[in-house]
Design a protein around this ligand. Structure first.
Ligand code: 5RP
Length: 234
């Protein structure tokens, strides 16, 4: 049977739901794969699972509410048991590019508070080298954005993201610069971008993900297996 991309996303999302335990604080990532995860999690909540979600975007906060999942804001929690999020690129070491959906700043804060950071995606997101699929999204301040863009232009081709003919504005009231460049050392690239005045966060998630669940034509693939407090393993 040929599976379409949405089926592969759904397979990964359904597998991830099995990792969630009663009374956990769960980071709720953004994007289409995470939406399936949240709907599945909502089913378990209606059947008695008691969890608290920490959403990474306003859209996901609304979806969690619609699915009966109670939520807390990022600032209201010190730590998160497990955060489940999507990705735009995943390399073999589980380094990521995120932020095609524009939620990268909150996603990174949630991931950094999580004891276990689990990625769910379909196999199209697997890359040999970060940058293979396209861009690095960079969240930047509105004030002075032209100068920030000029500085980013020294690293690669940088453009302010637009939506419906206007600048795309993040949930935090900032802009996204999409940077196209060659990445040889992802960690050095992350530092270089962050050193630019006006840059708030990059979509490079280096050494953050513990585990990835990938929907493939051949079945669900588990990558990683760093075991932390909640016992997530490959
Ligand atoms: C949003 C993200 C998403 O997690 C990423 O874009 C993946 O989305 P999808 O599951 O729709 O492919 O980083 O900022």
């Amino acid at each position: 049977m040929i599976m379409i991309q949405d089926d592969l996303k759904a397979a990964a999302a359904r597998d991830a739901v099995k990792l969630v335990r009663d009374r956990q604080i769960v980071g709720l990532g953004s994007g289409s794969t995470c939406k399936i995860f949240i709907i599945e999690l909502g089913r378990l909540v209606r059947n008695g699972l008691d969890i608290t979600g920490v959403p990474t975007s306003k859209e996901i906060e609304a979806l969690a509410g619609d699915n009966g999942i109670k939520t807390l804001a990022i600032d209201e929690v010190e730590r998160i048991d497990i955060a489940v999020d999507g990705a735009d690129e995943i390399d073999m070491r589980l380094n990521l590019i995120k932020g095609y959906g524009g939620a990268l700043l909150r996603e990174k804060i949630v991931a950094s508070k999580a004891d276990n950071f689990v990625i769910i995606a379909d196999e199209s997101k697997l890359v040999e080298k970060l940058g293979d699929r396209g861009i690095i999204p960079v969240e930047i301040k509105k004030n002075g954005c032209e100068q920030t863009l000029k500085e980013l232009g020294r690293i690669g081709k940088a453009e302010i993201r637009e939506k419906d003919g206007n600048f795309f504005v993040t949930d935090n009231g900032n802009l996204i610069a999409d940077l196209k460049t060659r990445i040889t050392d992802p960690s050095a690239m992350d530092k270089e971008i962050k050193s630019i005045e006006g840059v708030l966060e990059t979509g490079l998630f280096i050494s953050m993900a513990d585990f990835a669940i990938i929907g493939t034509e051949k079945g669900v693939l588990h990558m990683g297996g760093h075991r932390k407090k909640t016992g997530v393993k490959a």
